[in-house]
Design a protein around this ligand. Structure first.
Ligand code: MG
Length: 392
């Protein structure tokens, strides 16, 4: 058995949103297909993934060196010990040949996206959902049928005032979510605090509201918001500072009593280890938001998790970035705290299976094999269309 082809294509997200720092008008993502000669249900198995949200397409690194390394490797060197499936750990090691240590983001996203597509193929070959495969390999073997899921929103938009924000939150509550995250920092602080008060009126309790500053604050503004937000006791305060500015983050973490969330913009085990060592974060209080496909993928995430557990962090404190099916499978398989959702926000890349239900803030899992993109019709149609050679 062997990998017969790997294709990448850049697709625009077609989002008109703006957070505190930037707009998404140029945002793209890389969609990857890993084709194999393994046949299930009469068709060759193809694994799919995309590079989550918020990092641009990265096909050059894939095409120039990562894909050629995999295609040049002896096929049996990429298989598990039994020889009956691919071994993502070996494929990760194959991609990492001749890569200089450090400088992670240049390759962590392309490597992770291909690695997650390999896992989709591995689970499809086993004819099981990816979360079940991950639960056996990295979790307890037990998988809940429903996963805690909060919804992100509260973006800034021209003409969007308090009334529109409250309408947005009411709509999400009607859809079954109970916890909402809204953006802060894109308006003067007085206006942001009015938005917060208005959001709390609809949500009914501060444990149901998180805020996200998208790492956009300088030191002075981070301190200002930390002081002003402290009295709200919110679910969390996300990315008050640049996540790699450990000294400032530690200062903010010491002056802000409620949970801080960060980590979606750090891409290696070492960076996360530095974050929890020098960033002032506390295992029982704070939240880590590693984006797995952007951080070398699932095998490397298992190593990050081992490091974190050795430092007193629990899986329940991890809410990975990326409101998509890949993240859902990872949360369910590893038994993490929960996942985020951005329904309708990032075009076909947002959200979960078309038949997924949210009730009381819990999302139902599907039992489709692999990641389950086949249940998210618009996205799967796009994946099939752009890579016709491998999905015939
Ligand atoms: Mg965020």
């Amino acid at each position: 058995m062997r990998i017969t082809d790997i294709r990448e294509i850049a697709v625009p997200l077609q989002s008109t949103l703006r957070n505190a720092v930037f707009d998404f008008s140029e945002m793209t993502t890389s969609v990857v297909a890993v084709a194999t000669d393994v046949v299930r249900d009469g068709k060759p198995v193809v694994g799919f993934a995309f590079n989550s949200t918020g990092r641009y397409a990265c096909g050059a690194q894939m095409r120039d060196r990562l894909i050629p390394r995999i295609m040049k490797a002896a096929p049996e060197s990429l298989l598990n010990a039994a020889g009956d499936n691919f071994d993502p750990e070996k494929i990760l090691a194959c991609m990492m040949q001749r890569e200089k240590p450090g400088g992670h983001t240049e390759r962590s996203v392309p490597v992770g996206t291909i690695e997650v597509a390999v896992w989709d193929a591995v689970a499809k070959i086993e004819q099981r959902p990816l979360y079940a495969v991950l639960a056996d390999r990295f979790g307890t073997g037990q998988v809940p049928t429903r996963i805690p899921c909060y919804v992100g929103g509260g973006w800034y938009a021209p003409g969007k005032g308090i009334a529109q924000l409250q309408d947005e939150i009411r709509q999400r509550l009607d859809e079954g979510y109970t916890t909402m995250k809204i953006k802060v920092g894109g308006a003067p602080i007085a206006e942001d605090l009015d938005r917060l008060d208005a959001a709390l009126q609809v949500l009914g309790g501060s444990e149901h509201l998180a805020v996200d500053a998208n790492a956009g604050f300088d030191a002075e503004r981070a301190r200002l918001y930390a002081k002003a937000l402290a009295r709200y006791n919110l679910r969390w305060f996300e990315e008050p500072t640049d996540p790699a500015g450990f000294a400032l983050l530690a200062e903010i973490a010491a002056m802000y009593p409620a949970p801080i969330a960060t980590g979606e913009n750090l891409f290696s085990t070492q960076d996360i280890e530095n974050l929890v060592t020098f960033g002032g974060l506390r295992p029982k209080r704070d939240i880590l938001q590693i984006d797995v496909p952007q951080s070398y993928g699932i095998v490397q995430f298992s190593r990050t998790l081992r490091m974190l557990e050795g430092r007193g962090w629990s899986r329940q404190s991890i809410f990975p970035h990326g409101g998509n099916l890949m993240t859902l499978a990872i949360v369910a398989g590893f038994g993490l705290g929960g996942c985020e959702a951005y329904p309708g926000v990032f075009g076909v890349f947002a959200g979960f299976a078309d038949d997924a239900k949210v009730e009381k803030g819990l999302l139902t899992l599907s039992d489709r094999p692999g990641i389950g993109f086949e249940g998210q019709n618009a996205l799967y149609e796009l994946m099939r269309k752009i890579i016709p050679a491998v999905t015939r």
